[in-house]
Design a protein around this ligand. Structure first.
Ligand code: CAA
Length: 393
């Protein structure tokens, strides 16, 4: 039975910074950020959004009333969760009006967890024909002001509905994966910003990709000629380009040119959002599916997922005939064109504003047009509001 992504959607908040302006402020040549890193804009997450509201805003767009009553599992992948005990998926169940007979679970392994969720969802649906599973990957990437990692921050959420006979892409049963205990990037429970050995992390990412690609070729007998496009986890878009270039010598000149053109399509959205950790690969997939001029039914896409610490997985998916119908991308174009540009001074001033600590407080959400917002903390409980119902009661 064919199982895979039936619908795919994305959310990121309504404000961003321009990385040319950030470069000037950091006394750096803008081309380092624009070309050397491959990022042009960066999403900035206001205090009125967290990983729960972003996930709810992403998923709400793709769910019909029937989906809400039929979903049997919600898998919430994040490495910037809001609670060390309660799963973010339980909040989503309420905010999204999903039936009470759904399993709810939160998954963590750095940026890799969304892929694990997707593979578990695939296996669950394969064993339970007709089942629907919601997988949401939501994160806020933070390294600190004026750090080397600052230019690779960002945030947002990607939601995927996994079903049989999916509209967007089937998930093939060809995954190759590996794990190794490494300290390339981590975040102790007391820290709000990630700790990272940046250059080491870049190298591990590429080594994992090369090893898994080699293993994939050996196990499946496929070669680069079997792939019409690749999508990568994009902590910043140059990282994926480097990985692709590591294997491009295996392709003939014409195919190499084609794969590079598809890579450009796959990074259009990521260049403007930045890293969203668990969701980055799937934002890149959405970007590819929306922006490619050549993709069509039956085309094979190779997907590389990487999570520091470290775990990697390479697998493929087959594009489906109706894939455009499963992409909830109208809101992506709108949210990118309607975002408010912050000055670097505003961004720096607001950097420490996120909701941390146990004290009751209210959050001003009047400038946040998203459906779901975080309104504050009462008795150490986050207060989430659906703005479309708010005031209507
Ligand atoms: N014009 C064009 N290019 C320029 C330039 C200029 N004026 N100046 C510099 N560059 C290029 C450099 O040559 C370099 O390119 P190459 O890597 O191709 O050689 C690139 O810009 C970056 O320069 P540096 O290596 O000097 O940059 P840096 O030391 O300031 O830090 C970084 C870069 C390590 C990525 C840092 O931003 C960082 O630590 N980021 C967070 C960690 C990260 O994203 N790691 C990725 C792999 S881990 C992962 O994938 C999991 C995850 O999501 C975190």
């Amino acid at each position: 039975m064919a199982v895979g992504i039936d619908k795919l959607s994305f959310f990121s908040p309504n404000q961003y910074i321009d990385l040319t302006e950030l470069a000037k402020r950091r006394d750096t040549d803008p081309n380092k950020y624009l070309i050397g890193i491959g990022q042009s804009e960066q999403a900035v997450i206001p205090a009125s959004q967290d990983v729960i509201t972003m996930a709810a805003n992403a998923a709400d767009q793709l769910l019909t009333e029937a989906d809400r009553s039929e979903i049997s599992m919600i898998m919430f992948a994040t490495e910037s969760g809001i609670d060390n005990s309660k799963s973010g998926a339980v909040y989503l169940q309420t905010l999204l009006g999903i039936n009470r007979y759904a399993r709810t679970i939160e998954l963590k392994q750095a940026c890799y967890a969304g892929t694990y969720g997707l593979m578990q969802a695939r296996d669950y649906v394969a064993l339970n024909p007709g089942a629907k599973v919601l997988v949401v990957a939501s994160d806020i990437a933070r390294y600190g002001l004026a750090t080397a990692g600052e230019v690779t921050q960002g945030g947002g959420a990607v939601a995927m509905l996994v079903t049989e006979n999916p509209k967007v892409m089937t998930l093939e049963r060809d995954s190759q994966f590996m794990s190794q205990d490494l300290m390339d990037f981590w975040r102790p429970v007391y820290a709000t910003d990630a700790l990272v050995d940046g250059h080491f992390s870049q190298d591990v990412y590429r080594e994992f990709f090369k090893e898994l690609w080699q293993r994939y070729r050996e196990q499946t007998g496929r070669t680069i000629a079997d792939f019409q496009a690749f999508a990568f986890h994009l902590p910043y878009t140059k990282q994926g380009l480097k990985a692709l270039k590591d294997i491009l010598p295996e392709a003939n000149a014409e195919h190499a040119e084609h794969l590079l053109a598809e890579f450009e399509a796959s990074r259009v959205f990521n260049k403007r959002i930045g890293n969203l950790y668990t969701g980055s690969l799937y934002l890149s997939l959405l970007s590819l599916l929306v922006n490619s001029a050549t993709l069509k039914a039956g085309y094979r896409i190779g997907l590389f997922s990487y999570g520091s610490g470290a775990e990697g997985e390479f697998y493929s998916g087959l594009v489906q005939a109706e894939f455009k119908k499963g992409l909830i991308n109208e809101q992506v174009e709108r949210l990118l064109s309607e975002r408010r540009k912050m000055t670097i001074e505003q961004y720096e001033k607001n950097y420490g504003q996120a909701l941390n600590g146990p004290l009751d407080r209210e959050i001003d959400f009047k400038d946040d047009p998203a459906k779901f917002v975080l309104a504050g903390l009462v008795n150490q409980q986050r207060q989430y509001i659906n703005q479309q119902n708010h005031g209507a009661e």
